[in-house]
Every structure is written in structure tokens, then in C-alpha cells.
Design a protein around this ligand. Structure first.
Ligand SMILES: [Zn+2]
Length: 483
């Protein structure tokens, strides 16, 4: 059986009954417990918290290497600051959490808990930025933001307490701002690539851009239920916020001007959801080695009379690999090897090493890779090289498998009927669009998915008329249901 067929055979539940499959994994693989009594607020369990923290470190390292300074800003803003940028407040006012401060008449006031931090960070930018010498200014922070979701909540995908990283930058010129858009895209793409996650890089249509932005670029990851999962966004803010918060600088020629700004965000819980849903199978998690809490598990297969030799050998192997990879020697005595296999497959551990009397005699080990479940014999003296190779190969395979699935999910449609059927069949649909709001509305109502945008990484020229009105199309867009 090829690994491709194995993959589809081992993913029946994931593709046919995603919600049940996903909820089972969340709890059984110790990712989150969704039973906390406040809706949309999750308890992150040991593996979920660990993986998210690894993702955070991967991202922050890249941000800091490219000159983003780590800072920490307050959780709250005021009504007045929040209202300064007109589009921004329109976009977010319906979904903010508020704190009512009760006291005497004078001290009674309302604070807004950040749904995102423009209105908290930019008043400080105004104080810090004086001249071109202060630019570019690039800051970032990994914090929770809070949004009162009106749509139904889903663990990791749609939550009210959202763990993310947000970066905010200010620049001298529109050219510098454009360069920063490319840098931000490169950083996010790199992290997602190192996690094997595949996505569509889309420029959102104007009606769906970030409130207050000139334009928004989004990373939409595929999901087994056909919905797309927006894991990150990059927004070019132009001078909209600079004007609202009066952020000016002295130019090289002595005149004053407003700065050009960007903000971009990377959703840790949504990236965690993408890792689980893109790579997992019906046995459980399949983790990219970089974020796996346990990268190798060693399971001694004990036979009566030979326990001592096997345990001694297993410990030798453990000592050999434990400083290079996060390794567990599963020497529990009251659990059968079969139960241990089941457990570590559920946990998504990339490599399992089995040692029994046969391996002791031959000086070998038996390796099983979690992504393909392929079993590999390896002599003990070649072990380090073999594992090094396998860890890279597992990531390569996960990435390629995920890419192939993304391509399989994208379907062309030339009529509303075709598009509707494709969305019902859990696909992402490629259609031609004239650009009018009216047609976007029609598509949403008839097809059941929304226009997510046009490709940002490649130019796709429309070769057919608008799917809704039949007039000349302006662009090719992707339509899907979304989280
Ligand atoms: Zn149209």
C-alpha cells in the first residue's frame, strides 16, 4: 500500500466526521479541555500549551532576527482612544469586552479590553517617534486578545480569548511599508513551512479587509471539513492610523509628515488547530518534530527471562539519544507494548523505537515513523544518522502531503450550481468575479461560502466572465466556508 492510500484509509473519520474527530483528539491527546464554564475560554492542557509555546518561540526568534523589538503593552484602552480611527471602531465595537470601573462619580469610567492593540500602541508611537532616525520602528508582543464572538465558538478556531503574536511597525515611506509587507509574509510563511502547514496566501476583498487598513493579506490554511482557517494576517495601514493618532516625524529634508504603518498577527491557537487537522489521522495526532513534546519514545519489548538484557539495552539507547531529542523511555510495567503503541500514536510522537531480545542479539533497533507507520530496521551504530534523517524526512513528507491535499481541495467552478456543489462537497472554489459588492453578496447567499480573496503570491487572470452577473470579470477569487 502506498503512503498516500494509507493516509486516506487512516483518515476516514477526520474527513467524514471532522467535529467529532477533532473534539476527541483535543481531550484524549491532552490539547485543551473545553469544559471551562465560560463559553469561548479554553483550558490549555500539557500538550496544547507545550506546542503553542514552541510555535511562539519559532516565530519570535524570526521576528527578533529581523529587528522587531519585544515589548509588552497594557491589556486595556479607553473609549476615547478606541474611537479615534473611525473605520477601526466600526469594525470592532460590536465585539469588545468592557470593564466598568465603579467608584465615586468622577472616577466612574469604562475601559476596553484589547481586541487587538492599535489603540494601545499607537498613542505611544506618537510619543516615541520624532524624526526619520527613529524609523523604522518595529515592535511585537505575544499576548491574549479578547473578542466577543457573535458566531458560534469552536475550540482553538473561534474563541473569545485568543493567544497570538501581534507586530506593529512604522516607516518613512510607502516603499518601506511595502517592503515590510513582504518581510512579514516571508516570516510567517517560513514558520508555517517549518510546521508543514499549507495555506492560500490571499489578498482579502475590500469589504473584508482589516478595519482601518488600506489592504489585508491573509494566510488561509485548509481544513478537513472544507472550511478555511485564517492563521495569520498582514495589514498595510497606510497613514490611516498615523493621522488618527497624530504620529508624525521630521523628514530628512526638514519637513514633517505622517508615518506609514503595518500591523500583522499570527494566531497561535489557530496554527495549533492547523497542525492537528492537517497532519492528524484516525489514530490521533501526527506532530511535526519541531513542536512535538516527545520526539522519540523507546518501548522495551520484554520476554520472560530476558527482561534484564532488554532493559539494559533500552537504557543504552535512551542515553544515546536523549541529549539530542526529547525522548521518553516508556518502561511502565503494568502496561502492555500494544497499549503503549496506541498511546504514543495518539500523542503524535514522530519516532517510536522498539527493542526486544531479537534487537539485543543483532545490535539493532526497530524504528516506526508516525507519519507513514513504516517500520525500519537500523543497526545501533547508525542510529543517530538514521534518526536525524527521519526527523527531516517526516517534516518533508507532512509538508508535501498537506500541499497535495490543498491542491486536491481547490476546484474550478464556472456556474453558481457548480460552485454550490463544490462548497457542499467541502472544497475551496475558484471563480471569476467582477468585483462588485452585489455579486459578492449573491455568491455568499447562493454558494454558501464567502469570497476569501485573490492570490497574492501569483497573478491569476480571469479567463471567463463573473460567475454571478456574467459581465467581464476583474479577478479570480477563492470561495470557501470559513472559521
Ligand atoms: Zn458580477
Amino acid at each position: 500500500m502506498t503512503s498516500e492510500k494509507q493516509q486516506s484509509a487512516s483518515c476516514l473519520k477526520k474527513f467524514t466526521n471532522f467535529t467529532v474527530w477533532f473534539d476527541e483528539i483535543l481531550l484524549n491527546a491532552k490539547i485543551v479541555d473545553n469544559r471551562f464554564p465560560v463559553k469561548g475560554f479554553l483550558v490549555y492542557l500539557e500538550n496544547g500549551a507545550y506546542i503553542m509555546d514552541k510555535i511562539r518561540k519559532m516565530l519570535e526568534e524570526k521576528l527578533e532576527k529581523t529587528g522587531h523589538k519585544l515589548m509588552l503593552f497594557p491589556l486595556v484602552t479607553t473609549d476615547e482612544l478606541f474611537a479615534k480611527e473611525a473605520e477601526h471602531i466600526k469594525g470592532f465595537s460590536g465585539e469588545v469586552f468592557k470593564i466598568e470601573l465603579k467608584g465615586d462619580k468622577e472616577s466612574q469610567r469604562t475601559l476596553i479590553i484589547r481586541p487587538t492593540s492599535e489603540t494601545i500602541i499607537y498613542p505611544m508611537f506618537k510619543l516615541w517617534i520624532r524624526s526619520h532616525a527613529d524609523l523604522p520602528l518595529k515592535v511585537h508582543q505575544s499576548v491574549n486578545v479578547y473578542r466577543y464572538e457573535t458566531k458560534a465558538t469552536r475550540p482553538l478556531y473561534r474563541v473569545r480569548e485568543i493567544p497570538w503574536n501581534e507586530a506593529h511597525t512604522a516607516h518613512e515611506s510607502p516603499t518601506d511599508a511595502e517592503r515590510q509587507v513582504r518581510e512579514a509574509i516571508e516570516i510567517y510563511s517560513q514558520v508555517l513551512k517549518e510546521l508543514g502547514i499549507s495555506f492560500l496566501l490571499l489578498k482579502r476583498p475590500d469589504f473584508d479587509k482589516f478595519a482601518g487598513a488600506v489592504y489585508s493579506i491573509a494566510f488561509d490554511a485548509w481544513n478537513p471539513d472544507g472550511r478555511v482557517n485564517q492563521v495569520a494576517t498582514v495589514h498595510n495601514l497606510g497613514r490611516n492610523f498615523a493621522k488618527a493618532y497624530d504620529i508624525t516625524f521630521e523628514k530628512k529634508d526638514g519637513s514633517r509628515g505622517y508615518v506609514y504603518q503595518l500591523c500583522y498577527g499570527f494566531g497561535y491557537s489557530r496554527v495549533l488547530a492547523a497542525i492537528i487537522s492537517q497532519h492528524g489521522d484516525d489514530r490521533g495526532l501526527v506532530l511535526p518534530p519541531a513542536v512535538a513534546p516527545t520526539q522519540i519514545v523507546i518501548i522495551p519489548i520484554l520476554f520472560k527471562g530476558q527482561e534484564k538484557e532488554v532493559m539494559k539495552y533500552a537504557e543504552e539507547i535512551y542515553r544515546e539519544v536523549k541529549d539530542r531529542w526529547r525522548t521518553v523511555l516508556d518502561d511502565r510495567e503494568d502496561v502492555t507494548p500494544g497499549e503503549k503503541f496506541y498511546h504514543w500514536e495518539l500523542m503524535g510522537t514522530p519516532i517510536r523505537i522498539e527493542v526486544g531480545p531479537k534487537e539485543v542479539i543483532e545490535g539493532t533497533v526497530t524504528l516506526t515513523r508516525r507519519d507513514t507507520l513504516e517500520r525500519i530496521q537500523c543497526s545501533k551504530d547508525k542510529l543517530i544518522d538514521k534518526i536525524t534523517f527521519l526527523m527531516d524526512d517526516i517534516l518533508r513528507n507532512l509538508r508535501e502531503r498537506s500541499e497535495r491535499m490543498l491542491h486536491k481541495l481547490i476546484v474550478d467552478a464556472r456556474s453558481m450550481e457548480e460552485a454550490t456543489k463544490a462548497v457542499d462537497d467541502k472544497n475551496i472554489v475558484r471563480v471569476a468575479w467582477c468585483g462588485s459588492l452585489e455579486c459578492a453578496q449573491k455568491i455568499r447567499e447562493n454558494v454558501g461560502g464567502e469570497i476569501r480573496g485573490e492570490r497574492y503570491d501569483i497573478a491569476e487572470r480571469p479567463d471567463r466572465p463573473c460567475i454571478a452577473c456574467g459581465k467581464e470579470a476583474r479577478t479570480i477569487v477563492y470561495v470557501a466556508r470559513a472559521y
